[in-house]
Design a binder for this molecule. Structure first.
Ligand code: MRU
Length: 354
């Protein structure tokens, strides 16, 4: 079985005006709608509304957003175009605070020295080259995580996962789901328990979509069914992604990940986190420092636009939670499988040259 890499976010410049072309993830699985995006504001809103989502995919989109600012700037002077790019970075940085990949990609593109280049054309080339490298590297990191992580999966394994960590959430390979897909391609028999992932149903809508496309057997459950599943010994391991990993190994990921990790500990089920090194933020000593995005109340009061609670009921809607490092069996990055103490093993892995 071969890999099928389709990035959910592309750069288009073959004909007409350069633009970003992305798959609207809010429409899936009912409709595969691709959107042509010509300006940074539209891209920023696409990120805020989760048309583009998943930590590594946010990094790719943010990098393309800076290229977009330069390519479609109407300014003629390099210094003015550079100003447009910096304003775009501020707008994109303000969209979603938890996934570090977004800020990481912006900083990486801003550090290319684009603002000291002599012509507007040079600036455009420098920015798009960097964005394309970020995409290519993300796919390559996905492959390496797939290889390292698949080795942790026994044959005939039942795997539980939360949220969506497949091709759509990344440059096109995936993180935790990439590992599952790699194990499947390697001929291992796997079955995935898919948490629906309330409130926005990334598991039900997107993970099931990716698994069905890849031909991997899977079963959808509501988030609250995970405990009963584990009590029945129906899960051999859990694999999830991450939006940010602190230096001590605490993991911010989709809300509900922490409960899953607690269940895994209670039932002696290994709990694996799979994420590229671009998700590790060594500047955060622990998860307590990670900013957690709070989202709109109507995401909880409604399901796909249909009210499911009294109008105006007070709501608590953090998009992410933090799983303490001591509940994490291992963290898989493109640099290998890291085990506790994460304070040491993550720092050593990131210090190694690629
Ligand atoms: O709010 P989302 O859908 O962007 O949240 C995504 C997640 O929490 C994923 O698990 C995480 O980004 C890892 S994706 C490879």
């Amino acid at each position: 079985m071969t890999e099928d890499i389709t990035p959910p976010v592309h750069w288009m410049r073959q004909s007409g005006k350069a633009h970003v072309w992305f798959l609207d993830q809010t429409r899936l699985p009912q409709e595969e709608r691709w959107i042509d995006c010509y300006d940074v504001e539209t891209l920023a809103r696409a990120i805020e509304t989760l048309q583009i989502r998943g930590a590594p995919a946010l990094g790719v989109a943010a990098a393309y957003g800076l290229a977009l600012a330069a390519w479609n700037s109407e300014e003629l002077l390099p210094a003015k175009v550079a100003g447009d790019v910096r304003r775009a970075a501020d707008r994109l940085r303000s969209t979603r605070p938890t996934a570090i990949n977004l800020a990481w990609a912006l900083e990486r593109v801003l550090a290319t020295g684009f603002d000291s280049l002599p012509t507007v054309e040079d600036i455009r080339q420098r920015l798009i080259e960097e964005a394309e490298s970020i995409l290519a590297e993300d796919i390559e990191m996905g492959r390496k995580m797939g290889q390292a992580g698949a080795a942790l999966i026994p044959d005939d394994a039942n795997i539980i996962t939360h949220c969506h960590t497949g091709p759509l959430a990344t440059g096109g390979y995936g993180t935790a789901l990439g590992v599952v897909l790699a194990a499947h391609r390697a001929g291992k028999r796997v079955h995935v328990w898919v948490d629906e992932t309330r409130p926005l149903l990334q598991g039900a809508r997107l993970t099931c979509y990716d698994l069905a496309r890849a031909g991997v057997p899977h079963t959808l459950i509501t988030d609250s069914m995970a405990a009963c599943l584990m009590a029945l010994k129906k899960a051999a391991l859990a694999a999830v992604g991450a939006d940010r990993i602190a230096a001590n190994g605490d993991v911010a990921n989709k809300v509900g990940t922490y409960s899953l990790a607690c269940l895994c500990r209670r039932h002696a089920v290994p709990f694996y986190v799979v994420a590229p090194s671009s998700t590790v933020d060594l500047s955060m000593p622990s998860g307590a420092h990670i900013p957690i995005e709070q989202r709109a109340a109507d995401e909880v009061r409604t399901m796909r636009g249909t009210p499911v609670a009294p109008a105006g009921v007070p709501v608590f809607n953090p998009a992410f939670d933090v799983t303490p490092a001591d509940l994490v069996t291992a963290i898989v990055t493109e640099r290998g499988v890291h085990r506790p103490p994460y304070q040491d093993t993550l720092a050593a892995a990131l210090a190694r040259k690629r």
